[in-house]
Design a protein around this ligand. Structure first.
Ligand code: FES
Length: 186
């Protein structure tokens, strides 16, 4: 009875996740068991380190693929739904495949009044995607945040953790170029 309940919960959770993913085509990764095992072993296989384990897995794949989550649940001896609960609770985690480069555009008040929306429009046009989408070539994912805590630098765009302050729409092409052809800008 309990396991039936658990299966139903997992099924329900996966339904929600699949709805979140929308119509986006998902290409599941092949599971690198050794890699996932070494991440789990780094934390002695202790469930109290679940968030750190998920962060490391996401650093590896840029999102949290399903198969590694199943392996984490098995190795830590916890329910898959508990892993999904953590993965869906924190904004830092993504269950959708993301691009090689993650663009975080600040649309907080200070950045917005200084032209954040124009920057957003330019990035969306150039990449042909909307917010929370990934380009077809899997190079960029565009996400937005409500304040990065450095309003004086606004408008701010963060790419792969690198802050770009005092941005404007005219600088967008150069910014994208920097990440499209990094070897040419090294
Ligand atoms: S509003 Fe953009 S950094 Fe604060």
């Amino acid at each position: 009875m309990a396991s039936l309940l658990t299966e139903n919960l997992i099924e329900k959770q996966e339904k929600i996740i699949s709805q979140e993913r929308g119509k986006e085509e998902i290409t599941e990764i092949s599971l690198d068991r050794d890699k996932i095992k070494s991440i789990i072993d780094k934390y002695n296989g202790e469930k109290r380190w679940l968030i750190s384990i998920l962060l490391d897995i996401q650093a590896e794949y840029n999102y949290l693929p399903r198969d590694p989550l199943i392996m984490v649940a098995n190795e830590l001896g916890i329910l898959l739904i508990d892993v999904y609960s953590v993965a869906t609770f924190y904004n830092v985690f993504s269950l959708k495949p993301r691009g090689k480069h993650i663009i975080n555009l600040c649309l907080g008040t200070a950045c917005h009044v200084r032209g954040g929306a124009r920057i957003a429009d330019k990035i969306k046009t150039r990449l042909n995607i909307e917010v929370d989408e990934t380009t077809k070539d899997k190079m960029f994912t565009l996400e937005t945040v409500r304040c990065l805590g450095c309003c004086a630098l606004g408008p701010v765009v963060v790419v792969d953790g690198e802050y770009h302050g005092q941005m404007n729409a005219k600088k967008v092409d150069a910014l994208l170029q920097k990440y499209t052809a990094p070897e040419e800008n090294a």
